[in-house]
Write a protein that binds this ligand. Structure first.
Ligand code: UP5
Length: 207
């Protein structure tokens, strides 16, 4: 029989480090499905779901939404996809997120005589973490220049987002680094230069 295994790559880095800019390029070149945790949460706000107001308030304050909400949205999106390769952008943002995700029991597909069977079997560990490393001043400059009306793109919330990033997300990156799973990219350069490095990290997934 043939087993199709889910591949997950986490994409992390400070607010404005270029996660949302680089991920569509990875999709285009390497056939991954892009799941942006921030976008999934934003869709919840816009659909006026029961958690929408709470999520809006967390985002406005630059705080991390409780894991059960984000993990459920990611899990649903993964289950609805035919693809088995995912880049998960902007998640996990803290230790609680990381533990909650790593406790998901994932779907594995098995093919026996060309027939597909899904089994709820495995815990999904990330293949690696793509880390966009960028200095704080450049992050602030980019976010203030973005000007797309985001509720959290103002000088006050940026300070809070950066604080949360350094206090809560960097420890997650350090955790994966201690396991030898971090691919660090210098994100301060041009979009094309950054993508050249990203391409070499993903080379083994070239179709
Ligand atoms: N830009 C990009 N690359 C550039 C380059 N190389 N040179 C020059 N400029 C570059 O880029 C930001 C800006 O910089 C753009 O104008 C771009 O053109 C330019 P972008 O690619 O959007 O950066 P990105 O890292 O994606 O920045 P973003 O602000 O989207 O990151 P955040 O991580 O802050 O945003 P996210 O949407 O993931 O989260 C928002 C909030 O949602 C969080 O604060 C939190 O409240 C909540 N959230 C959770 O609670 N849990 C989650 O799991 C996820 C989000």
């Amino acid at each position: 029989f043939f087993q199709e295994t889910t591949v997950v790559v986490f994409v992390l880095g400070g607010p404005g480090s270029g996660k949302g800019t680089q991920c569509p390029k990875i999709v285009e070149h390497f056939g991954f499905t892009h799941l942006c945790a921030g976008d999934l949460l934003q869709a919840e706000i816009e659909s006026e779901s029961e958690n929408g107001t709470m999520i809006h308030n967390f985002k406005k304050e630059g705080k991390i939404v409780p894991s059960e909400i984000t993990v459920k949205l990611l899990q649903q999106a993964m289950q609805q996809s035919d693809n088995k390769r995912f880049i998960i952008d902007g998640f996990p943002r803290n230790e609680e997120n990381r533990a909650a995700f790593e406790n998901i029991v994932g779907l594995e597909s098995f093919y026996v005589n060309s027939k597909s069977y899904n089994l709820l079997l495995v815990k999904i560990k990330p293949e690696f973490v793509l880390f966009f490393d960028c200095p704080e001043e450049e992050l602030t400059r980019r976010i203030l220049n973005r000007n797309q009306g985001r509720v959290d793109d103002n000088i006050e919330t940026i300070g809070k987002r950066l604080k949360v990033y350094f206090e809560s997300t960097l420890p997650v990156i350090n955790y994966y680094n201690s396991k030898g799973k971090v691919q660090k990219i210098d994100a301060q350069r041009s979009v094309d230069e950054v993508f050249e490095d990203v391409k070499s990290v993903f080379a083994k997934f070239k179709p």
